[in-house]
Design a protein around this ligand. Structure first.
Ligand code: MG
Ligand code: MG
Length: 608
């Protein structure tokens, strides 16, 4: 099906918006009137620009407050419409969006509305234009799709149809019964379909619509379910994104357009109208890769945590550190740095010691890469160097490199064969693996990152949680695989600049966090100091065995409990923009200690 995007969904000048939409692969655009008014280009030039870019002008919008008004007012509206139709003719747009009236002059009179819309359609027809009538969720008298359709049906004009908008429909009701009526509308009378998702917020619907819409799959609406109803009518027009969002208005248009189109591809897959390579969800974390200018502090930290330096890359300054099933690569290659630099959209490049890549165990690396490519993720060169194993790798939206690995499958290319063993003392423990890797995101990336990890990698998104920071608010949402062997909490600050203020971390799972913490401090490591007030509060909230709480207080171990079990965890100091966490999960505890995060964040600020 044709895909389209409203220019209002992207930031920048009209030219920038059109270029971004075309590059992302959209077939057409809805030209938003304000974008045209602000453009130095004539309508003919815009039309030519669209044609050069291979974009159709699928819709011109909006035309407001037209119908069910006194005759004199309607005469003025027709005069206004004639001007707009002349403009659309120059622009090459053949469909106009008319929103249901919010004017105090409008009467609650369906027959009058139908009669006047019919007159408008008569005029439109002279210009070869079709009128698509849409119910705004806050329309004065017409606020539901079925009401708008009844008026269109009563008018019975060939140049008048309806426009369905998933936000206006689903913000009023997501009751499946209320959506069934969509299938009563003949497909050829649905002139246009606009799609947006939104988080489920209890707020004024107009503000909700103007500021918090997001791309399908990023919010809480069942947009794919709605699309299925519409397709059953025989509708074969464009699937068009119309998203008003405060973040997208500020983010670069290019990446937002790619994000938008990815969401539409996933939506089409969910609605059963597009086949994509099936997801091959990762089954474990093969390694985490850190890039640093100065390996010494990192080496000391890893040694203190019980890691052994087991191997060295055959051709590059990359070392492999291992402990049990946990593997960390330390890359000190100066040549590698610019390439590994994380991109922060509209922000500063991330520098210093940082986590730049993850190896994810994949049941089928090539298939996982094909899906990623089909969903517009940049596929990275299979070899970083001639002598390297040809690994499949893709870039996440924030620039993190994801290597799709098959560590224990000798028949497939293996990253481990790039490394030659070096003599080493044994690691401290066999019972260690990577529990989770927390990937702080540039602030523009949050919804996009969640959709990427869910839609591209086949991970499941958990509940979103807000965490208070002494100097702001963090939003965190984990993506995980089914058995919890891959857990990636994605975290973002609430404002631009916050993305560079928070480090990423690698959490190591151990069977005995007290022993691991002791070993670390006895080796000279520094754990994050936690205030005594925290432990007084713990004593009030939970019952502990004799001496248990004292142990936690002495070491700086935090404690949490959920319906499933218990979580004990502690943090190392931060090196560059990375720190480690030691965690012990018991009894199927599901979370990440979010209740303790404000204390941890305050302690990290204090330690700086
Ligand atoms: Mg709309
Ligand atoms: Mg953590």
């Amino acid at each position: 099906m044709r895909t389209s995007i409203a220019t209002v969904s992207l930031s920048g000048s009209l030219t920038e918006k059109l270029t971004a939409a075309a590059r992302a692969g959209f077939d057409g655009v809805e030209i938003f009137e304000n974008d045209l008014l602000a453009s130095p280009l004539t309508p003919e030039e815009i039309r030519a620009r669209c044609a050069d870019l291979g974009l159709g002008v699928d819709l011109y919008q909006p035309m407001r407050d037209i119908e069910a008004v006194p005759a004199e007012e309607f005469a003025r509206n027709l005069r206004r419409a004639r001007h707009k139709f002349q403009l659309m003719e120059r622009l090459g747009a053949d469909t106009v969006l008319v929103c249901s009236s919010v004017s105090p002059l409008a009467a609650d009179d369906d027959a009058l509305a139908a009669g006047q819309l019919s007159e408008l359609a008569d005029l439109a027809q002279d210009f070869g234009i079709r009128v698509a009538y849409e119910a705004l969720a806050w329309g004065r008298h017409v606020s539901t799709y079925d009401h708008a359709w009844r008026i269109v049906e009563a008018a019975g004009h060939p140049a008048l149809g309806t426009c369905l908008d998933s936000f206006h429909i689903l913000s009023r009701s997501s009751d499946p019964k209320d959506l069934e009526g969509i299938e009563d509308i003949p497909g050829e009378k649905i002139f246009f379909l606009q799609l947006a998702d939104a988080p489920l917020l209890g707020m004024d619907v107009l503000q909700w619509s103007r500021h918090h819409r997001c791309f399908p799959g990023q919010g809480g609406f069942d947009v794919a379910g709605l699309v299925k109803h519409v397709l059953r009518t025989g509708y074969d027009g464009p699937l068009s994104l119309e998203v008003f969002n405060d973040v997208f208005r500020q983010a670069e248009a290019g990446p937002t357009a790619v994000d938008a189109r990815r969401s539409l591809l996933i939506l089409q897959e969910e609605a059963g109208i597009r086949a994509l390579p099936a997801p091959a969800a990762p089954t474990g974390v093969a390694f985490a890769e850190l890039v640093t200018h100065d390996a010494e502090p990192l080496a000391a930290l890893l040694t203190g945590l019980g890691f052994a330096r087991t191997a060295r890359h055959r051709g590059k300054p990359v070392e492999l550190w291992e402990q049990g099933e946990a593997r960390v690569l330390v890359n000190t290659g100066p040549a590698a740095l610019p390439r590994f630099r994380l991109r922060s959209r509209g922000g500063t490049p991330v520098d210093g010691t940082t986590l730049t890549a993850l190896g994810l165990e994949s049941p089928d690396p090539a298939a996982a890469a094909r899906r990623a490519e089909a969903l517009l993720a940049p596929v990275l060169p299979r070899r970083r160097a001639a002598e390297d194993a040809p690994l499949d790798a893709v870039a996440a939206p924030d620039g993190t490199e994801l290597f799709l690995c098959a560590t224990n499958r000798p028949e497939l290319p293996n990253w481990r064969s790039d490394f030659a063993d070096v003599p080493h003392a044994p690691a401290a423990s066999d019972a260690v693996r990577i529990d989770h890797v927390a990937l702080t995101q540039p602030w523009h990336h949050f919804d996009e990152a969640v959709l990427f990890h869910r839609g591209v990698l086949g991970l499941h998104a958990q509940e979103s949680v807000d965490v208070a920071d002494p100097y702001g608010l963090l939003r965190s949402r984990a993506v995980t695989n089914t058995d919890g062997s891959v857990r990636l909490p994605l975290t973002v600050g609430a404002a631009p600049g916050d993305d560079t203020a928070h480090a990423r971390h690698i959490a190591l799972a151990t069977d005995d966090v007290v022993a691991a913490a002791r070993r670390f401090t006895e080796a000279g490591g520094r754990l994050l100091a936690i205030p005594a007030n925290y432990y007084d509060d713990l004593a009030a909230r939970f019952e502990f065995a004799d001496g248990e709480l004292d142990t936690y207080r002495d070491l700086g171990i935090l404690y949490d409990r959920d319906a499933h079990g218990v979580f004990r965890h502690c943090y190392t100091h931060t090196v560059g923009r990375v720190f480690f966490e030691l965690v012990q999960r018991e009894g199927g505890y599901q979370g990440y200690g979010a209740a303790n995060a404000p204390v941890r964040l305050a302690a990290q600020h204090a330690a700086r």
